[in-house]
Design a protein around this ligand. Structure first.
Ligand code: FAD
Length: 327
């Protein structure tokens, strides 16, 4: 049996490869950069597995499809930390907290003592917050590497260029590079920073609400934090702008002044692949199955999209989120 060929070894391609390999199918991956790295959007992600929080700004399917992600990542990578999400707002932005609570579920309110009990380093800084107990996070770079190692252990081949002969079916998971075929795909720029701040310890992602510049900070352990992320309608990748650095750092400083002393280890930006409604899509055109449009939910939605892709390849069914089937 010819292996399924997957183009793209970002989170989408690796998740589909893992899903198919786990179900016993032969697969091979093709990517000019077959090792996870800064060439892929997935490298820059925060790694929040936050289906309830994301519902605040996303359509209902994002929550529904994202609910299984935590167990999937745990099962396949063992890198998940199930410590929930803390959502906070400064005193002047309490209206934002109330709005966030109305537009999401799966949370409980916290007072100052509750916040201090969860995150002692934030004691005395915030009077109210929301705790999303059933959410989790992971380190995207470690998780991508774990998926790749898991596939390698199953003797899955990684190629830099498509080998001959052509496969019977190929899965295109090239992220934004697939715009040559998926003309309604666009980029949504996200900028991030990595800080070292040994004076602050956090156990879970913290979202600081703001009417214009909402921030999240994801602890990576050992005093390292990922700070993100801007949302700009642009497909520009690469270097971050001064304005974005200023805004992200100001928000981190508002969360805890010790971030003012942090070392900036890394800055980066990439363009999230998104369709007009910001929901993922599967498209079948002849022998090619396209899987794309993960937008800001790459790690949250890749497991569900991978399962739908595998169901389609196994049974021929047209799953939800497959909006095109053509010969
Ligand atoms: C700052 C930032 C923060 C984010 N935070 C989160 C978060 O907290 N949680 C979350 O779930 N999501 C988050 N995201 C979104 C997430 O990163 C994206 O949705 C996801 O990375 C998209 O994955 P992908 O596999 O489709 O694309 P990519 O990761 O870009 O992978 C595409 C791959 O295709 C390869 N490729 C290109 N051309 C070819 C070719 N011709 N042949 C073969 N391969 C090719 C590339 O080399 C690349 O490896 C964030 C994104 C950004 C930018």
């Amino acid at each position: 049996m010819k292996p399924f060929r997957i183009l793209g070894a970002g989170v989408m391609g690796l998740a589909i490869a893992t899903e198919l390999a786990t179900r016993g199918h032969p697969v091979e991956l093709v990517d000019p950069e077959p090792t996870p790295g800064p060439h892929g959007c997935s490298w820059w992600a925060g790694g929040m597995l936050a289906p309830y929080c994301e519902r605040e700004s996303a359509e209902e399917p994002v929550e529904r499809l994202g609910l299984g992600a935590i167990d999937w990542w745990d099962r396949h990578t063992g890198t998940v930390r199930r410590n929930g999400t803390l959502v906070l707002a400064l005193a002047r932005d309490q209206g934002e907290l109330a709005r966030f609570a109305r537009r999401s579920r799966g949370h409980r309110p916290l007072d100052a003592a509750g916040i201090a009990a969860l995150e002692p380093d934030l004691a005395g800084r915030f009077s109210a917050g929301l705790f999303f107990e059933d959410e989790a996070h992971l380190s995207p770079r470690a998780a991508l590497t774990a998926l790749r190692d898991g596939l390698r252990a199953r003797d899955v081949a990684f190629h830099r260029a498509p080998p001959s002969p052509a496969p019977a079916v190929q899965i295109d998971a090239r992220g934004l590079a697939a715009r040559d075929a998926l003309t309604d795909l666009r980029g949504v720029r996200g900028e991030m920073l990595v800080l070292r701040c040994p004076d602050v310890t956090l156990s879970r992602p913290v979202r600081l609400l703001h009417p214009r510049i909402p921030l999240y900070i994801v602890p990576r352990g050992d005093g390292i934090f990922m700070l993100g992320a801007t949302m700009i309608e642009s497909d520009r990748r690469g270097i971050v702008t001064a304005r974005s650095v200023l805004e992200l750092l100001s928000a981190a400083y508002a969360l805890h002044p010790a971030f003012g002393e942090a070392e900036v280890l890394e800055t980066g930006a990439d363009a999230r692949p998104a369709f007009p409604d910001n929901l993922p899509r599967l498209r079948r055109r002849g022998a090619t199955l396209y899987a794309n449009g993960l937008y800001r939910h790459g790690f949250l939605l890749a497991p569900a999209v991978a399962a739908m892709a595998a169901d389609h390849l196994e049974t021929g069914i047209t799953p939800a989120f497959m909006d095109e089937v053509s010969a």
